[in-house]
Design a protein around this ligand. Structure first.
Ligand SMILES: CC(C)(COP(=O)(O)OP(=O)(O)OC[C@H]1O[C@@H](n2cnc3c(N)ncnc32)[C@H](O)[C@@H]1OP(=O)(O)O)[C@@H](O)C(=O)NCCC(=O)NCCS
Length: 175
């Protein structure tokens, strides 16, 4: 499956994406505000197998971020679910630092949000963000989300940004 934006192609993960993703997961900037870089290729294989399993099961899933005209994966954007935050569907994203601050993940996250509400009919989506992660907070704001509360997630203070389907519909009708 594929989502298209003016500058990006977001497509489902494939087995052959392991090399490109292993390079990204080994990059400390790409992995800012995570539990750390992946030092073993096995962890990238596990990530891709997990995400491909969600695709097969029809569970909201992740997409590769590929700039149009470039044959390279520069990030990911899509849906996660976490046992620690039951009943919620998160929009999560990471991008290679060479591509930061061009509005690319905002473009990707909006396409993923629209897909979630329009095609998957999700009732609401969230983003889980460390309070000091200013770029990611900006992306969530530009994605129409508001801070709902602060929780502890994986041992860190974490802001829960959220937008409901009703809020999305109202904002869409107003624009
Ligand atoms: C978060 C991330 C995906 C954002 O991707 P991106 O494509 O650069 O995001 P955008 O360009 O769409 O938006 C970034 C916004 O943050 C702003 N920003 C960036 N650094 C900033 C800073 N130090 N202070 C204030 N604003 C800052 C940008 O100006 C932009 O906002 P604007 O459009 O209002 O000018 C990218 O920084 C990244 O991969 N970070 C590491 C991984 C990560 O933190 N993932 C999210 C985990 S919750």
């Amino acid at each position: 499956m594929e989502l298209r934006t003016p500058r990006l192609i977001l497509r489902s993960f494939r087995e052959e994406d392991v090399d490109a993703m292993a390079q990204l997961f080994a990059n400390p900037d790409f992995m800012r505000f995570s539990l750390g870089v992946f030092t073993e290729r096995k962890k990238t294989v596990e990530f891709i197998e997990k995400v491909m399993g969600w695709n097969r099961a029809g569970i909201p899933s992740q997409f590769t971020v590929v700039p149009r005209g470039e044959d390279a994966i520069v990030g990911y954007c899509g849906f996660f679910q976490h046992a620690e935050v039951p009943g919620e569907i998160e929009i999560g994203y990471r991008l290679h630092p060479d591509y930061w601050n061009r509005g690319l993940i905002t473009e990707a996250a909006r396409a993923v949000r629209d897909h979630g509400f329009a095609d998957l009919e999700l009732p609401r989506v969230i983003s889980l963000i460390h309070p000091e992660n200013i770029p990611s907070r900006r992306v969530a704001e530009k994605n129409g989300m508001d801070v709902e509360k602060q929780i502890m997630f994986r041992g860190f203070p974490t802001l829960v940004y959220a937008i409901t389907r009703e809020q999305w519909l109202a904002k869409r009708d107003a624009s």
